[in-house]
Ligand binder design. Sequence first.
Ligand code: ZN
Length: 579
Amino acid sequence: MHDLVIRGGTVVDGTGAARFVADVAVDGGIITAVGHISAQGREEIDATGKIVAPGFVDIHTHYDGQATWDSEMAPSSWHGVTTVVMGNCGVGFAPAKKDKHDWLIGLMEGVEDIPGTALAEGMTWDWETFPEYLDALERRPRTIDVATHVPHGAVRAYVLGDREMPGAVPTDADIAEMSRIVEEGIRAGALGFSTSRTVLHKSVDGELVPGTTATKEELIGIGRAMGRVGYGVFEMASDMKRDWDEFGWMGALSRETGLPVTFAALQSIAKEMPLEEQISSMIAENDNGANIVAQIALRGNGIIMAWQGTVHPFRFKPAWAEIEALPWAQQLVRLKDPAFKARMISEESVFPESDIIDFLRIVAGGWPVHFEMGPAFNYEPRQDESIMARAITAGISPAEYAYDLLMQDDGTGFIYFPILNYRDGNLNFLEELQTRDDCVNSLSDGGAHCGTICDAASPTFMLQHWVRDRAGQRITLENAIKRQCHDTARLYGLNDRGVLKSGYLADINIIDLDRLKLSKPWLAFDLPAGGRRLLQKADGYVATIKSGVVTFREGKMTGALPGIVVRGPQNVLMAEAAE
Ligand SMILES: [Zn+2]
């Protein structure tokens, strides 16, 4: 008798091996057999005709606040994800002295667009040090496992105190203290350290984030602290300015410590190096003994624009400024008024002074790269699907076409704007990157960018688009699963998961690939204090199993909360398990 037997599914085991039909047995949260299983299970699931794959491991999320008050961990948990790594991009909430709570919330709100009011109401701050934060996380059970980095922003604020400001140069003693805190955090269970060096990441007051102007000595000093522990991943988002020599020090650091350094690899107007150069620079360092891994997104990093979202094309119009502070019901009345509409369309935008002014201009009128987002939306839209093209066909101005789109469904319409990763108007550049071992599936930003982006659904998109529906070259199911399970887990030393074999953690997805479909995103107001977030569900997840327990069935939470805090690298749980 087994705890659970999954019968007759098509197993894609996460190693990249060809799929095969088999039963899967689970006991005590561990996979105990894969093959023909004659013994019964206390629970049985018929998976005939379905894909049976490991749970997804998402290494780039920002649930640092949410994980302290929420057990469901949506939207990632709705998309087959059973493990998340959070604390990315240098932002998070530990260590934290009392007088820095508001500052850290402002940093997270500014960088990751998570409502500060939700964070302020949701978090109890029953920690100061990083180890205490891990203990606080541990007090709440969840649907999924969580793991985290020590975030640079919090560490810097903790050590520098009121000296922390853009351009602040830490003393040798400061660097030693930061390194000590990072080492302490990693020994307590963090899987790495993260920092951010990009003008796109700013605090809610518009200040550059702490890592942006960090010196090489500071970054290497902290990296060495991880080297002393002997494990940990150094994660970074950067504008890749050539004179910062990012690949030089990432290479040197990974060679010296033997630890991986990973960075957000994107086509972005904020990055001085084009993506091709980011990749070739990485390869040159890796050929010279470095261990640098590029984090790639699987689609355009798309901003979803809506009247109630963070941005929309009319955001900088004087008419919008008039109604910006009104409650939504009153805004809607004004937006429906034809005279108001005519004024908003004809007025010129008035932009604030900004070092991302080029970006703001595209938000406000980049009609060739703005796309209508309906229920059967194609995340790799063609030129002839742009608002520009459709307005021409309709014989109206693109601004009016966009206005009408946002007014759909009583003012809840969406416009999709792939701000990053869509320079060529297609995703062809990702075909090759998805075959490379030095590129890892990432950048979902789960839990973040609540008013603009919902890429936590990336694993579903990967299967729906890249494996099944894409018009151009696709990737194999076996490769897709390996990349989202095995490869992501291995980068972070989570060697106990991501593979569906005897001895591994029973984190399992049962997926009806024919039926798999992303639903239209929606804006929910369900964070603490009524905070706003974009959510997106999917059809086709028959069941998601975390540590042997069914957590979701057909997209509905069962109520079981087997998820834990993962502390440090993990090993397979049974001796006979071997890859
Ligand atoms: Zn991030």
